[in-house]
Design a protein around this ligand. Structure first.
Ligand code: HEC
Ligand code: HEC
Ligand code: HEC
Ligand code: HEC
Ligand code: HEC
Ligand code: HEC
Ligand code: HEC
Ligand code: HEC
Ligand code: HEC
Ligand code: HEC
Ligand code: HEC
Ligand code: HEC
Length: 325
């Protein structure tokens, strides 16, 4: 009797030991070497578990699983569409938002269905943007949801959130645009223009973040037929008064829209200069060329020494008088 008890208890202990070993073994196998492998093995496991075969047999037999059959499968994690059957709003936002966040809900929601109101743990269990993105726009913008109000549609950003005033490090109050788009702000500060005072970032980029205006929304073109693209040949939007170098073959009519007298002289009193573009001589706005650049000194050193300025005789390059010898 005693011996029997001993052998049976040894048997039990033996069994328990093997069981423990087995569990340890199994655990070791389950523990992956690195997270990437884990991700891979989960993916394959999920696809292996895909319930396609069950569905077809159900269809084939027309029978719904019942009783014990309901418990035959090992559970697998839900796919987004299945979460969506209860969380319609979040699923729909992701579906229609064209967002790059349309991956598995569980990539973000590592903890879910864990909200316990008395614990006030909502904040704690919700995904943190910084886990994947860090402080995307720097230390000045730590509260992601102030602008990206809905993580399931992160590109919907209310305009008020990006256009509000905020304090910079130096204590100055500026519109938030300037903190994120420092290069545009710097350019505007460097080239003073009525746009700075009369318009401002939110005067041109109004109502929705990222919209870009056309100059023609607010201005007439210099000459008929000029398009918005043409404006940008001479004007940068954030330093509009600083005229860029225009192409050599810029239509004289554009210059003539402001310098009408000169334009008319050049047209009416036809000389060989009339065949030139204004831009051949005035390569940048406001620049005055030297006659010698193109002609050298054609009349001999003595004459040029006596009359250093060509215009003493030729008077007006736009309206050359033909002098008598
Ligand atoms: C990019 C990460 C991300 C993805 C992907 C994501 N969520 Fe969320 N979700 C969040 C964050 C962050 C919050 C917390 C928002 C807050 O605090 O206002 C949240 C909140 C929620 C809430 C709580 C809403 C509420 O009003 O309390 C639900 C429900 C939810 N998500 C469901 C889903 C479902 C379902 C999916 C997949 C179809 C999904 N989420 C995908 C980040 C994500
Ligand atoms: C059978 C319905 C159902 C399914 C399926 C479901 N949930 Fe929920 N979920 C709920 C309910 C009910 C709540 C609590 C009430 C609420 O916030 O809507 C909740 C709450 C949440 C919350 C916020 C509170 C918390 O405790 O986390 C998130 C996030 C969430 N679910 C994500 C998901 C995700 C992701 C999936 C898919 C993996 C999913 N749910 C599948 C019913 C469901
Ligand atoms: C699990 C990681 C993860 C979390 C958490 C996460 N994101 Fe993302 N997010 C991504 C990935 C991946 C992309 C796509 C990146 C790419 O293609 O360059 C992305 C893209 C974006 C984009 C680009 C716009 C788009 O959707 O196409 C925005 C904006 C964004 N995330 C904001 C957020 C905000 C705000 C949060 C917190 C509410 C958040 N993300 C949380 C992974 C994450
Ligand atoms: C003051 C508003 C504001 C805050 C706060 C904010 N963002 Fe953004 N975020 C934006 C705007 C505006 C964009 C540009 C969206 C677009 O491309 O239309 C953007 C874009 C992004 C993008 C996509 C970047 C790209 O190049 O396409 C990511 C990722 C992102 N934010 C993450 C975050 C994270 C993470 C936080 C918090 C740490 C955060 N944002 C806080 C306004 C904000
Ligand atoms: C929190 C940072 C942030 C704030 C605040 C912000 N932006 Fe942006 N903005 C971005 C990011 C990120 C992008 C997309 C990436 C890029 O082009 O640099 C962007 C893109 C843009 C674009 C270009 C869109 C395109 O299609 O090329 C314009 C224009 C713009 N922002 C203007 C503004 C104006 C005006 C404000 C203020 C009302 C503002 N932004 C506020 C971050 C911000
Ligand atoms: C007079 C109108 C005007 C004002 C004022 C203005 N912008 Fe712009 N901005 C434009 C136009 C027009 C474009 C588009 C240029 C293009 O198509 O190349 C633009 C483009 C941009 C872009 C996109 C740049 C790119 O490379 O695509 C950003 C960012 C931007 N502006 C930010 C700002 C900020 C920040 C301010 C204030 C400091 C500001 N803008 C003030 C007219 C303006
Ligand atoms: C939202 C309207 C608006 C848009 C868009 C706009 N401007 Fe202006 N612009 C103004 C206003 C207002 C003034 C000041 C007019 C005044 O006081 O006489 C101005 C003045 C100017 C001036 C004279 C600046 C000075 O200091 O004398 C130039 C040059 C100019 N704009 C060029 C442009 C160009 C080029 C574009 C496109 C890149 C453009 N503007 C887009 C509203 C706009
Ligand atoms: C060939 C170069 C050139 C092109 C192209 C051009 N501009 Fe100008 N723009 C100028 C010059 C030069 C000035 C005078 C700058 C000064 O006052 O110093 C000027 C001045 C302006 C002014 C302010 C002064 C005024 O009297 O109107 C506005 C507004 C303007 N341009 C708008 C435009 C718009 C809109 C377009 C596109 C339809 C455009 N420009 C295309 C060269 C050009
Ligand atoms: C929108 C009107 C406008 C247009 C278009 C314009 N200008 Fe001017 N231009 C002016 C104004 C105003 C001044 C005087 C203020 C200054 O120096 O910026 C000026 C000055 C000049 C000067 C220098 C005058 C001096 O006394 O030093 C030259 C040269 C000149 N423009 C040539 C041109 C040429 C060439 C074009 C065509 C590519 C052109 N302008 C287009 C308005 C314009
Ligand atoms: C052959 C070269 C040449 C061509 C072509 C030319 N210019 Fe000039 N322009 C000059 C020179 C040289 C001066 C300096 C005259 C002086 O010092 O009195 C000048 C002066 C100017 C001035 C400032 C002085 C003034 O008389 O008001 C303006 C404005 C001007 N040109 C505009 C134009 C315009 C507009 C055109 C085209 C319709 C044009 N120019 C074509 C050479 C040229
Ligand atoms: C960008 C070059 C350029 C500049 C600068 C220039 N010219 Fe000329 N000029 C020409 C060309 C090209 C012709 C035509 C030559 C030919 O057909 O033989 C010409 C012709 C002339 C003629 C002959 C006119 C005729 O109809 O027979 C005179 C005189 C003249 N230039 C004087 C001047 C004077 C004076 C200056 C300075 C105020 C000047 N040019 C500046 C390029 C220039
Ligand atoms: C003392 C007066 C005087 C001065 C100074 C002067 N010119 Fe002349 N230039 C003339 C006369 C006169 C002619 C001849 C007109 C003719 O042949 O029909 C002429 C002709 C020209 C022609 C046309 C030559 C041809 O073969 O068709 C050019 C080009 C010219 N001058 C350039 C210049 C330049 C450049 C300067 C300054 C470096 C200059 N001139 C200074 C008086 C002058």
């Amino acid at each position: 009797m005693k011996k029997k008890f001993l052998t049976s208890s040894l048997l039990v202990i033996g069994c328990l030991a093997t069981l423990l070993l087995c569990i340890a073994c199994a655990k070791q196998i389950q523990e992956p070497v690195n997270p990437e492998q884990q991700a891979k093995s989960q993916v394959t496991a999920a696809s292996e578990m895909a319930p396609t075969t069950t569905v077809t047999t159900e269809k084939a037999t027309g029978k719904q699983p019942a009783g014990v059959d309901l418990y035959k499968q090992t559970p697998r994690m839900l796919k987004p569409v299945e979460c969506g059957s209860c969380h319609k709003r979040e699923y729909e936002r992701l579906r229609t938002s064209n967002s790059k966040h349309r991956f598995d809900c569980l990539n973000c929601h590592t903890k879910l269905h864990a909200y316990i109101p008395p614990k006030k743990n909502y904040e704690q269990i919700m995904p943190k943007c910084t886990r994947c993105h860090g402080l995307k726009h720097g230390k000045a913008f730590p509260k992601c949801l102030q602008c990206h109000e809905d993580p399931h549609s992160p590109k919907d950003i209310p305009f008020e959130a990006v256009s509000k005033k905020m304090k910079t490090k130096s204590g100055k109050s500026v519109v938030a645009c300037k903190v994120c788009h420092a290069s545009e702000a710097k350019e505007m500060a460097k080239y003073p223009c009525k746009h700075n005072t009369a318009v401002g970032c939110t005067g041109c980029h109004a109502d929705k973040h990222g919209v870009k205006p056309s100059c023609l929304d607010c201005h007439e073109p210099h000459v008929e037929g000029q398009t918005y693209k043409d404006c940008l040949v001479c004007h940068r939007p954030h330093s509009a008064k600083n005229i860029l170098q225009y192409p050599e073959d810029t239509d004289n009519k554009v210059c003539g829209s402001c310098h009408s007298g000169i334009y008319e002289d050049l047209q009416k009193n036809h000389t060989k200069h009339s065949d030139l573009y204004c831009a051949d001589c005035h390569v940048r706005h406001g620049q005055i060329p030297k006659c010698q650049k193109c002609h050298g000194e054609p009349h001999g050193p003595a004459l040029h020494k006596k009359y250093p300025n060509c215009l003493q005789c030729h008077i007006d390059p736009h309206n050359l008088p033909v002098l008598k010898k």
